[in-house]
Design a protein around this ligand. Sequence first.
Ligand SMILES: [Zn+2]
Length: 399
Amino acid sequence: MKGPSPRGLWNYAARRLRLGGYFRAPGDGRAIPQIPAQALLWSILIGCILRQSAFRAIEAWVNSRARRALRVSRVFGDDALRYFTEHLRPEPTRTALASVLHCAKRNKAFEDWHFVGLALDGTTGGGRRKARPDCGLCRPHRNAAREIIGYRHNLVLAAVVGGELTLPVDVEPYGPADSEYAAGQRLLRRVRRNLGARFIDYVVVDGEFATAPFLHAAGEAGWPVVARLKDNLPELFQAAQRRFRSQPPQLCFRDGSDRVELWDAEDFDPWDSLRWETVRVLRYRQQKPEGEIVEAYWLTNLSSPQTSRRCLYAMAKSRWQIENQGFNDAKNRYGLEHLCDHHPQSRLLVWLLTCLALTLERLYRLRYLHRGAHPALNAITLLRLFILTLSAPAFADSS
Ligand SMILES: [Zn+2]
C-alpha cells in the first residue's frame, strides 16, 4: 500500500465508498457552470480535512503548486465557491452521507461493536456581527449586560457512535422561533428515512432532548432512547435520587483505571405527557484514580432483559463521543464555527460537507489505513503526512 495522500483519499472515497457518481453530480444548481462541480466540491472536502475550510484559504491552496496533488483539476477563486454552495442542493450530500455509512457497514467497519448508536446534540455553527434579513436563522447573541453583540446560528448534529468511531451523518438548523428538540425530531425522522431503522440500535441524547415529543418521535422511528436525566424533569429526578441514595450499588466494576458503581431500576412512573408504561433509570458513580467523582442519571425505555446494566452504561457514555469527537473536533479543528458565506443555502451545505469530510477522514484513517497489524494513525499525524505529499517537488500524475 502506498502512503496516505489526498489522492489516495479521493480514490478510497470515489471507488471503495462509491462516491464517484456523487462527486460528478452533487446536486449542482448553477445555471451555466464554468468550473466542474467535482473540482469545487472536492476542494471544500479536502480543504476541511487539511483544516483550511475558509473559502479564501481553499482559493490559495488551489492556486498553489499543491493543486494537482490535491486532485483539483482547475484553478478558481473564493467567489466560485460561494456561488457554487449557494446553488448546491442539500439532498444529494445527505444521501451521500447515508450511502457512505451503509457502505462502511457492508465493509464491516462496525463489526466489533455490540451496538450502533445515534447521538444527537445542539451546537452553534458560527456567526456574524450583523443579521442577514433573508437568513432566517440569525439568533441574537448577548453579552452579560444583555446587549446584542452579534448573531449566531444553531444546529443539531447527528452522529453514528459506538466503538472508537464517531461519524457525523446529518445536521438540522433551527432559528430563533424554533427549538433544539423540535429540530432534533426533524433530524431523527430524516436519518430514519436515509439510514433505515435497522442501522441504529438506540438514540443517545442530553437532558434537553428528554421531552415527551422527542421520546415519542424516537419511538415512532423504532428506536429506544437513552437520555440524560437532569433537574428539567424534577419529579422523576428527585424520585430516582431518593431511591438510589438509600441503596447500595447493584454492580461495581472497573472501566480502565476508574471504579464504577451502578444503580438501576425500571419501575419509575412516567411524567404526565409521556406515553411510556414505566421509565427505567440508571445512575452511575465513577471514581477517577485521582479521587474525582463523576455522577450522572440516565433514563431509558430499554428493558433489562433487552439490555444489561453494563451495556446501558456503555450506551450512556457514548453520548460524550459526540461532544468530544463531534463538536469539539468539528469546531476547533475543522472550522464548523467559521461561517464561509452568510447565505442560507451555502451555510447549510458547508455544515453538511464538514460532516462528510469528517466521516471520510475517520473511515480512511481508522479503517482503510488501519488494516493489518500496525497501529491506527491519529488525526494530526495523517494531516502531517498529507501536507508532506503536497510539498513533494516532482509529482507524477498516475490517474
Ligand atoms: Zn444568519
